[in-house]
Design a protein around this ligand. Structure first.
Ligand code: MRU
Length: 355
């Protein structure tokens, strides 16, 4: 996607080097900075600190983390330790564990001298596949948007950031939005700010602005009210893990949006690549990442002179709790938009062999 007219992906390898470049998402929307990562531990840190984030992107990032490990690893135990650290860096999104397992599956049977080249090739393949899947999600979602559009302006609500910043390119929830906008459909996006880290206000709004898509940021708590007033025609979110029956684990607050959508007859979609579907897990077994309470107690922003500050917004002695994801039951989900088309939760499990 484009930043200031220049094409960027979220992750790439610097030409003729083994340096992995990423956009530092902790700096957006205030600064656009590129980070250069040379070691697997730097990749673990980038994922943990959310310099890179979003389920498909942390999958690709972990694959490159394994490629970085191939430069140093001198025995299998070294690879396996890096794999373990990468997997533990963020537990909820299945894409991360999936990508690490795929790398191990390809690399461990090879002799050491063959591993480096193959590791970089496989990581590149994972990144390319993700971009292609997201592009296809955009087309599948566009068909769905056209069904709801019917010639009038369409108001789409999203939550968190499931745009191109959260993937290698195109995005999941926002891929259909970009496809619809590029096709000339009259659309507007309600961006929910997504406390505590504000991925909606900071990242989704920034992306949409770069592309010129009309959008408005609302407080998370405004969603139900907007739906009651008929101001939302459909909701599209991303996901970190989808169960085989269509339960959707996504950023905290998604469940509340799905409840409000259900109560108001607003269609609720999750857009995901096949790599986000966990065919084995039950919803109660999904590990919900607990992040630092400081993400709740403090906020980052700029003052009138564009100086960055982190400020505390509550009494210093108050406790805070920060579960990062929730699970929306399949009964509240209208459809899952994938690279192979749109499925109701009931239809989804029949797709296991294909996705
Ligand atoms: O904590 P984050 O910012 O990594 O959470 C991101 C989300 O919840 C996204 O909706 C999800 O990963 C899908 S991204 C295409």
């Amino acid at each position: 996607m484009k930043v200031g007219g220049q094409h960027f992906r979220t992750i790439w390898v610097q030409e003729n080097t083994h340096q992995v470049c990423v956009i530092d998402q902790t700096k957006l929307p205030f600064a656009f900075e590129i980070l250069s990562l040379d070691t697997p531990m730097q990749m673990v840190h980038a994922i943990q600190s959310m310099q890179v984030r979003g389920a498909p992107l942390i999958g690709a990032a972990a694959a490159y983390g394994m490629a970085l490990a191939s430069l140093q690893a001198s025995h299998d135990a070294h690879f396996e330790l890096t794999a373990k650290m990468l997997k533990a860096s963020r537990p909820t999104a299945v894409n991360l564990a999936w990508a690490v397992e795929r790398m191990l599956h390809v690399l461990l049977p090879l002799p050491f001298e063959a591993r480096q080249d193959e590791a970089w090739r496989e990581a590149e393949k994972i990144a390319e596949e993700d971009a292609a899947q997201c592009q296809a999600i955009g087309q599948a979602g566009l068909a769905q948007i056209r069904r709801h559009h019917q010639g009038k302006k369409l108001n789409i609500m999203t939550h968190c950031n499931a745009g191109w910043l959260a993937t290698v390119d195109y995005g999941t929830a926002l891929a259909p939005v970009y496809a619809a906008y590029d096709a000339g459909l009259d659309i507007h996006v309600w961006v929910s700010e997504t406390r505590p880290r504000n991925q909606g206000a900071s990242l989704t709004a920034w992306e949409l602005a770069q592309h010129g898509v009309p959008h408005t940021i609302v407080a998370d708590n405004a969603a139900g009210h907007l739906m009651q007033k008929g101001m939302v025609d459909m909701v599209i979110v991303g996901a970190d893990r989808v169960t085989q029956v269509g339960d959707v684990c996504n950023k905290i607050g998604t469940y509340l949006k799905a409840l409000a959508a259900h109560d108001n007859g607003v269609p609720f979609y999750a857009a995901v690549p096949g790599t986000t579907i966990d065919w084995k897990i039950a919803p109660q077994d999904i590990e919900i990442e607990a992040r630092s309470a400081q993400e709740v107690t403090h906020m980052l922003g700029v003052d009138e002179y564009d100086q960055l500050h982190t400020v505390r917004i509550m009494p210093a002695e108050s406790a805070a709790f920060n579960p990062a994801f929730d699970v929306t039951p399949a009964r509240l989900v209208t459809g899952i938009i994938t690279e192979r088309g749109v499925f109701t939760p009931v239809q989804l499990s029949a797709q296991q062999a294909k996705l």
